[in-house]
Ligand binder design. Structure first.
Ligand code: NAD
Length: 397
């Protein structure tokens, strides 16, 4: 038992503390959303989520558990609490999901460690075999700045840079809350290689091989990694930049895996292209927080707003839930970014974006909601949480 009053410690796009009760409340709110979309009689579902503790992976796990009563194994890399030092948000999110699953008789097993390593793959394979037998679905939702290749020992470092040309664009300085022009120099070949080494498909391929070799993919199993494309506005820094190059590699890898899965277990591998949402990963990308602030305002006003849990409910309901046939684009991808990229939303973005300045950004965008959403990732500014009272820091996952 270790209790403390936990306060936010935020610098720019980083917060070094997390509130256990606030994180639990966020998870419970997501569970409620997923439960309203519950599917009875859909049959048992067994799901492995790689990157299961925050953002899209957490939402996928919650959707699987709360909509279908799925048994889940979650893999993530989080810091547990120690003494009076709080754990990371993903640790508390997982503890909250684990509690829900246990109370509702659902299998919930966790592996906390480096998903890129052989050791964690081995542990996961053992846990999937012992707790689930096989899996019907693998969700791959890792976001990380670096990866060490488990065979060569080489550590790849990702960079968020344009390719070929210097990028000059509008961004928000999250510490000073001013609109700036950001200049990002083009990546070196090393930077491109490093980013593809981290966020490309190499590790996805290794996971797929490990699961297939161990006979853990059930007949018809699906493997779904996540990608992002976004509007032309962010292409120089995202889709046409280093991270986009990595995503192309991930998408090509998914296609190659798809071929193998079809013949081995009559399964499928397909990328889901999701919409831009507030997560720890997206907060770190230049331009994107300002873009999301504007996007959220416009999508809310048009009744189109979706958080990760709404996207994941839609992913299951319309594409990958039991009995559903995924609707794919010409590149064999699921498109959950359809509402974001729809004509009316992007036309409004295009007309407002050039007019945004330090003086008017709060009026033109939903920046205050972005800021609150960012803090909520760490369990702060969540309604109903008694922040001035000590809270238990230890939790069971
Ligand atoms: P996130 O930062 O919220 O989650 C990342 C997850 O990866 C966490 O569970 C974390 O513990 C885990 N992780 C990181 N490094 C790990 C490691 N070495 N070993 C084990 N686990 C590790 O990120 P997110 O924004 O939800 O992104 C998840 C995926 O969704 C990414 O592929 C991202 O590109 C994609 N995506 C994100 C957005 C967006 O706007 N956030 C949009 C479309 C697609």
């Amino acid at each position: 038992m270790a209790t403390a009053v936990v306060e936010p410690r935020i610098r720019g796009f980083i917060c070094t503390t997390a509130h256990p009760a606030g994180c639990a409340s966020n998870v419970n709110a997501q569970i409620q959303v997923a439960r309203t979309a519950r599917q009875n009689g859909a049959g048992p579902l067994r799901v492995l989520v790689i990157g299961a503790s925050t953002g899209y992976g957490l939402a996928a796990r919650i959707a699987a558990g709360a909509m279908y009563g799925a048994g889940t194994v979650g893999v993530f890399f989080e810091r547990e609490s120690s003494g009076t030092r709080c754990g990371t948000p993903g640790f508390y999110n997982t503890a909250a999901y684990h509690r829900y699953a246990t109370e509702n008789g659902l299998v919930s097993a966790n592996v906390n460690g480096d998903a890129y390593s052989h050791e964690i793959k081995r542990k996961t394979v053992e846990l999937v075999a012992s707790r689930l037998g096989q899996v019907d679905l693998v969700v791959y939702s890792l976001a990380s700045p670096k990866r060490t290749d488990p065979d060569t020992g080489e550590t790849y470092q990702s960079v968020l840079s344009p390719i070929g040309e210097t990028y000059v664009g509008k961004t928000i300085d999250l510490s000073r809350e001013v609109i700036n022009e950001v200049t990002v120099e083009p990546a070196s070949d090393e930077g491109i290689r490093g980013t593809v080494g981290v966020m490309g498909g190499d590790d996805l391929r290794r996971w797929s091989e490990a699961l297939l070799d161990a006979g853990l993919l059930a007949d018809g199993a699906r493997i779904v990694p996540f990608s992002y494309i976004g509007p032309a506005l962010t292409w120089p820094i995202y889709r046409s930049g280093t991270i986009g190059r990595a995503k192309e590699h991930l998408e090509q890898t998914a296609k190659a895996i798809d071929g193998g899965l079809r013949s081995s277990v009559e399964g499928r591998a397909m990328v889901s292209v999701n919409k831009a949402v507030i997560t720890q990963a997206s907060a770190a990308i230049p331009v994107v927080p300002l873009y999301i602030s504007l996007l959220y305002r416009i999508m809310r006003e048009r009744g189109l707003h979706e958080d990760p849990i709404h996207q994941m409910v839609r992913l299951f309901n319309e594409h990958i839930g039991p009995g559903r046939t995924p609707a794919l684009d010409g590149e064999d991808r699921i498109r959950l970014d359809d509402l974001e990229l729809g004509g009316p939303v992007q036309r409004e973005i295009d007309s407002v974006w050039p007019t945004i300045t330090t003086d008017n950004f709060r009026a033109l965008t939903d920046y205050d909601a972005y800021k609150r959403g960012f803090r909520q990732l760490f369990g702060f500014e969540v309604d109903g949480v008694a922040y001035d009272e000590p809270v238990e820091l230890e939790a069971e996952i």
